[in-house]
Design a protein around this ligand. Structure first.
Ligand code: NCD
Length: 310
C-alpha cells in the first residue's frame, strides 16, 4: 500500500511507471480486472466534476467497486469533523481512499490515521498530483518529451495545479514560467525561471500555454469586477498568436468561459483540454493500481524510449 499525496514525494521512476501504464491502458479496448474485489471510497469535500467521476470510472474499469461519500448530506452537517468522518469510514474496510478537501495537508494527516492508501485528489492550494500526471501524459503524447517550455497563465497564487505541475515538469527538465495579473502571481516560486505580468514575455517562445481558472472561492480580498481584471490575461484567438504556431493550449478545467479563455480558442485545434480529461481516466487507473500495490516500480528504460512507445 502506498499513499499518493503529492508529486514532491514521487520519484522519477514512479512517475514513469504510472505514465507508462496509463499510456498502455489508453491503447487497449478492454482492461483486465486488476482491482476485482477491491472497494474504493471517494470522499470529495470540495466540488468536482472530472476528477471525481474519472476516479470512479477508472476504478470501475478495473473491476473495483466504488462508494461515494457525499459530504453535503452527511454528519458533517451535525458538526462532525473531517478527521472523525474519515476515521469512521476507515472502519468499514475499504481498500483505497480518494480524497479532495479544502484544508492544505489534510490528506497527509488522514494517511496517518487510516489503514488504506490515501490518494490526494486536490487539497486546498497545496497539491493536485493526479492532475499533474495527466498533464504530463498529455504533453508527452504530443511532444514525445517533457523537455519543454511551459507557461502557466492566470491565478497562480491560489492554484494547487500550478504547484504540482511545476514539480513534475521540474523533475523532467522542463522550463516553467508563470504569468498572471498583478496579485495573482507569487513573488517567487521554486523551480520557475520567470514570473511576470507580461503575457507576451512569458509565452512568445513556449511549447505549452497552460491556462488556469480564477479561484474565486479562495480569494481573500474582494475585487470589484474581478472577471474584467482577469480578462487582461485572457487567452483568446488574438493573444494565443503571441505564442509560436506549434504551441498547444491546456487548462485543467473547469474554465470560466470568456474570462481566462475565450470561446474561440477553448476547443480550437491547438487546444488539448478535452484530451486532458480523457487522459485523466487512464492516469487514475494506473494511480489506483499503484496505490493498491498492483503495479510495481519497474526499472524502465529512459523516458524518451520507453514512454512514447506503445
Ligand atoms: C482543478 C482543481 O480542482 O484543482 N480542477 C480539476 O481538478 N480539474 C482546477 C480548478 O478547480 O480550477
Amino acid at each position: 500500500m502506498r499513499h499518493l499525496l503529492d508529486i514532491k514525494d514521487l520519484s522519477r521512476k514512479e512517475i514513469e511507471t504510472i505514465l507508462k501504464r496509463a499510456m498502455w491502458y489508453k491503447s487497449l479496448k478492454v482492461y483486465s480486472k486488476t482491482l476485482e474485489g477491491k472497494f474504493v471510497l471517494t470522499a470529495f469535500f470540495e466540488p468536482s466534476t472530472r476528477t471525481k467521476v474519472s476516479f470512479q470510472k477508472a476504478a470501475m474499469n478495473l473491476g473495483a467497486r466504488v462508494i461515494d461519500f457525499a459530504p453535503e448530506s452527511s454528519s458533517l452537517l451535525k458538526g462532525e469533523t473531517d478527521l472523525d468522518t474519515i476515521m469512521t469510514l476507515n472502519m468499514m474496510d475499504f481498500d483505497c481512499l480518494v480524497v479532495r478537501i479544502r484544508r492544505n495537508g489534510a490528506p497527509k494527516e488522514f494517511a496517518k490515521y487510516v489503514d488504506m492508501p490515501v490518494v490526494n485528489a486536490g487539497d486546498g492550494t497545496n497539491e493536485h498530483p493526479t492532475q499533474a500526471l495527466l498533464d504530463a501524459m498529455t504533453m508527452l503524447e504530443h511532444f514525445k518529451t517533457l523537455e519543454l517550455k511551459v507557461a502557466i497563465v492566470g491565478d497562480i497564487v491560489h492554484s494547487r495545479v500550478a504547484r504540482s505541475l511545476t514539480e513534475i515538469l521540474n523533475k523532467f527538465g522542463a522550463e516553467v514560467r508563470m504569468v498572471g495579473p498583478k496579485g495573482f502571481v507569487p513573488e517567487s516560486f521554486e523551480g520557475v525561471s520567470l514570473i511576470t505580468n507580461d503575457l507576451e514575455e512569458a509565452i512568445h517562445d513556449v511549447d505549452v500555454v497552460y491556462a488556469l481558472r480564477i479561484q474565486k472561492e479562495r480569494l481573500e480580498e474582494s475585487y470589484p469586477n474581478v472577471d474584467d481584471f482577469f480578462r487582461t490575461m485572457q487567452i483568446n484567438s488574438k493573444t494565443i498568436e503571441l505564442a509560436p504556431k506549434h504551441a498547444i493550449l491546456m487548462h485543467p478545467g473547469p474554465f470560466n468561459r470568456n474570462v481566462e479563455v475565450s470561446d474561440d480558442v477553448v476547443y480550437s485545434e491547438r487546444s488539448r483540454i478535452l484530451e486532458q480529461v480523457k487522459n485523466g481516466v487512464f492516469v487514475r487507473m494506473a494511480v489506483l493500481e499503484y496505490a493498491m500495490g498492483v503495479i510495481e516500480v519497474e526499472s524502465v528504460r529512459s523516458m524518451e524510449t520507453s514512454l512514447v512507445e506503445r
